[in-house]
Design a protein around this ligand. Structure first.
Ligand code: EPZ
Length: 417
């Protein structure tokens, strides 16, 4: 059994380079199904979710090759299956993007309900609403089956601001006949990145990053080269680690604009944050003030940074209130933090955190991907040794997390067996 072992209390110092964005990569790779030609995708993070989506698409007939560690060559011209293998699909949430991409290209898709982190109910009704509005018939009984004679552009209003539904409906609409307008869409940086990728391949998408996306259907997408944006959540995780350890970290290869809500909160908590062109330096001052945080769709504070922030606030002076407003149930990891001495009460979607003087090392589990990142932050701050289990969650979304922390001076290692 693998575990990460952290000896807490080291001040982190130095530079860290951020990998390509997981949530952009897991959408752009299946988006290549729509492309009539070869796509070369650069800055692909080397993480488990990427290998899973690549494996699924290869199984369906796509020719995919790593030109180097971070560059994928994808050729879907000979893809001959529109049914995704169930056992692989259930390994990751983003396999739902196969639905939009297969429907867009073949007018037919069959994909099992996706897996991924467990945050309570994770419906995909808004994705299905969009596919139906474009003219598909959709049946959903454990497996989602979608089929259409043709797809026609239309006007769609999403009832909920959803990253997945925004991207999936966009994928289904790029090759549809006529114009599609999607209103009340999500604005996350990876949505803009997927739209930029599709436009670079010949699509006509306008408005990504605003509330309304307008698409003119085109006949075909051609091949090309595209580079994925840096991972906003990996960057935020290292920024919080700097504040948590009273450290001094230059987080490189990022888009500082994407980090505004995290930077603002860290300044409020007492850290110094210096924005450069493509980097942010965070200087922990040793003081961690209490603060209230509410997660919101972009540009609000990201739900995917919530566990890391709660770990930090667990040693703040005073009481902090963290409200999760995106997912029904995203505080499972709090029980693990309590094992380390945190004083946190969860009431529904709110956590009340009474800052304690210090956390104590303990054996804990990564309950999900970002919960696991929160445990690493807690371990870096804690007195003594923390052992973190269930690393498969962390490996889904962080590339060589422990090696990047080691390079910053952390006493952290992965132990196998
Ligand atoms: C994406 O999930 C991310 N995953 C998540 O990151 C992230 O937490 C989430 O967006 C919010 O930012 C990927 O990009 C692969 P949503 P997604 O659709 O698209 C409800 C991580 O740690 N909803 O924006 O699945 C839903 O239940 C992961 O990297 C519906 O009701 O999230 C939730 O409450 C975890 N009906 C809210 O909307 C729908 O049809 C937002 O979900 C779709 C969503």
């Amino acid at each position: 059994m693998e575990k990460i072992v952290v000896q807490g209390g080291k001040r982190l110092q130095g530079e860290v380079s951020i990998s390509g964005a997981k949530n952009a990569a897991v959408a752009i790779i299946p988006a290549a199904i729509l492309v009539d030609g070869v796509c070369v995708i650069e800055n692909v993070p080397n993480i488990r979710d990427v290998h899973v989506i690549v494996g699924i698409m290869e199984h369906m007939g796509a020719k995919i090759e790593f030109l180097d560690k971070y560059t994928l060559r994808i050729d879907c011209s000979c893809m001959d299956k529109q049914t995704a293998p169930q056992e692989m699909v259930r390994k990751m949430r983003a396999s739902y993007y196969l639905l939009g991409a297969l429907l867009g290209r073949f007018h037919r898709a069959e994909v099992a309900m996706p897996g991924g982190c467990n945050f309570g109910s994770r419906p995909i009704d808004q994705h299905i609403k969009g596919f139906k509005a474009l003219g598909a018939k959709v049946f959903c009984e454990g497996v989602v089956k979608a089929a259409a004679d043709e797809l026609n552009g239309t006007s769609i209003y999403l009832d909920i601001v959803s990253v997945g539904a925004t991207i999936n409906v966009m994928l289904a609409a790029v090759l549809a006949k006529g114009r599609t307008t999607i209103e009340n869409v999500a604005k996350e940086p990876h949505i803009v990145d997927v739209a930029n990728f599709l436009n670079a391949m010949g699509a006509d998408i306008k408005g990504a990053g605003t509330d309304v996306i307008r698409i003119r259907g085109v006949e075909r997408l051609k091949g090309g080269t595209y580079s994925i944006i840096p991972d906003q959540i990996e960057a935020g995780t290292f920024m919080i680690a700097a504040a948590a350890t009273g450290g001094d970290i230059l987080v490189k290869n990022i888009i500082p604009k994407h980090m505004e809500s995290v930077s603002a909160k860290l300044i409020e908590i007492g850290a110094q944050v210096e924005e450069l062109d493509d980097a942010i330096r965070v200087l922990g001052t040793g003081k961690i003030k209490n603060a209230n945080v509410k997660t919101l769709p972009y540009p609000g504070f990201p739900t995917d940074m919530q566990p890391q922030m709660v770990s930090l606030l667990s040693v703040a002076s005073g009481t902090s209130i963290v409200t999760e407003s995106v997912w029904d149930s995203r505080f499972q990891y709090v029980d693990e933090l309590r094992r380390m001495g945190a004083d946190i009460r969860v009431d529904g979607k709110t956590a009340v955190i009474n800052g304690v003087e210090r956390l104590e090392g303990a054996a804990v589990s990564a309950t999900d991907l970002r919960g696991g990142a929160g445990m690493v932050i807690a371990g870096l701050m804690a007195q003594g040794t923390t052992e973190i289990y269930e690393l498969q969650h962390i490996d889904r979304g962080y590339e060589k997390m422990e090696e990047k922390f080691q390079a910053l001076g952390a006493d952290i290692r992965r132990v196998i067996g």
